[in-house]
Design a protein around this ligand. Structure first.
Ligand SMILES: Nc1nc2c(ncn2[C@@H]2O[C@H](COP(=O)(O)OP(=O)(O)OP(=O)(O)O)[C@@H](O)[C@H]2O)c(=O)[nH]1
Ligand SMILES: [Mg+2]
Length: 338
């Protein structure tokens, strides 16, 4: 087995800088405190070396250095710098890395009751922030008579991202998706439970590598069939990280990603009269004017504002609250003056 086939390059660490008793490895799955790894020595398991860990823990897709142990679990002693990472909030001031070192983020959303453009904007913001290139995949297009209409609606909401309609049942769109799966590339699959992420992995593999199960009839919800994030090598040499559908996707440190997702709102924000416009009540606010005259969808505006607030709060709760208190003091002062 060659770690280079798993996407390892000297950008992560120069081979000459790896000490003799250490091996570069990629994390293929995380099982609580035990890590499934691939390296030049083959597939194996590893644990974190005690005492050498204080910061961020490895996530699926990460490259690490480990002390190889032939007889049992190897010891992970260092995390190599990431080229991309998808992280979500895990409470105020904390984040959790879902996957690392991928080239593309495939956001899957199915054309049944899962379809929700506000949620898509959430995924897109974190995806742009991750450093990978987002691609929107509208799955189960066999379930609706006019998938093109949905695709058009999504294109309006996802400037800069390709939108593909797919059905693993009829095979429609699989060729469009396959273009991203070239040798050496890593693709992370994200989306709610039941949208067909694992079904897509099986389709790409040509056999059943992942378990799948039917969604609930009443509301199209999935049953959280996939429970670990695992990196799978596909026949053509691309790697896919299949993930469990996330129940919550909180914004964390995602301002740049939000700005990319809402490029239209961002462009308007630059035209406001006041450079520090908060787009809530100021005269001369270009965003409010656009909502008023219908050029900017009200729901999209509201989501833009909401995701921004959430990101600022989750990334720096103390600072955010301080700013909020200062703003209310200012309003109170003005009211008194009036
Ligand atoms: N009609 C239709 N059903 C599909 C399609 N793709 C997947 N499904 C079905 O959707 C259900 C859920 O698929 P999964 O692949 O398990 O979904 P998942 O996204 O991996 O779900 P979690 O692992 O729970 O996050 C299964 O019953 C699939 O057969 C499709 O293109 N068309
Ligand atoms: Mg699954």
């Amino acid at each position: 087995m060659d770690i280079k086939d798993y996407g390892f390059t000297e950008d992560y660490i120069k081979t000459e800088d790896i000490e003799e008793h250490r091996t570069a490895a990629r994390i293929a799955a995380v099982h609580k405190d035990r890590y499934q790894t691939v390296s030049d020595r083959g597939e194996g398991f590893a644990r974190l070396k005690r005492g050498s860990w204080s910061g961020e823990y490895p996530a699926t897709g990460d490259f690490v250095l480990m002390e190889y142990n032939e007889a049992g679990d190897s010891l992970i002693c260092g995390l190599l710098p990431r080229k991309s990472a998808f992280a979500r909030a895990a409470g105020p001031g904390r984040s959790r890395t879902v996957a690392a070192n991928f080239d593309y983020v495939l956001i899957a959303m199915s054309l049944n009751r899962d379809f929700n453009t506000a949620r898509l904007e959430r995924y897109l913001s974190l995806a742009w922030e991750s450093g990978g290139v987002p691609v929107v995949v509208l799955t189960k297009c066999d379930l609706v008579p006019d998938p093109g209409r949905y695709a058009e609606e999504v294109r309006q909401r996802a400037p800069g991202a390709e939108v593909i309609t797919l059905s693993c049942k009829t095979g429609e769109g699989t060729e469009d998706v396959k273009r991203y799966f070239s040798k050496g590339k890593t693709i992370v699959l994200l989306g709610s439970s039941g949208v067909g992420k694992s079904t897509l992995v099986n389709t790409l593999c040509g056999r059943e590598v992942m378990k799948t199960s039917a969604v609930r009839e009443s509301d199209s919800r999935g049953r959280h069939t996939t429970v670990t994030r695992s990196l799978i090598m596909l026949p053509g040499g691309a790697m896919v990280i299949d993930t469990p559908g996330m129940r919550e996707l909180g914004m964390f440190d995602a301002e740049e990603g939000i700005n990319k997702t809402f490029a239209d709102a961002e462009a308007l924000a630059r035209q406001c009269r006041f450079p520090d416009c908060t787009h809530t009540s100021e005269p001369g606010c270009a965003l409010l004017r656009a909502v008023e005259d219908g050029t900017l969808d009200r729901k999209r505006y509201e989501n833009y504002m909401k995701l921004g607030r959430e990101s600022r709060y989750n990334s720096a709760p103390e600072e955010y609250l301080k700013e909020k208190r200062a703003k209310f003091r200012q309003i109170a002062k003005e009211n008194r003056r009036r």
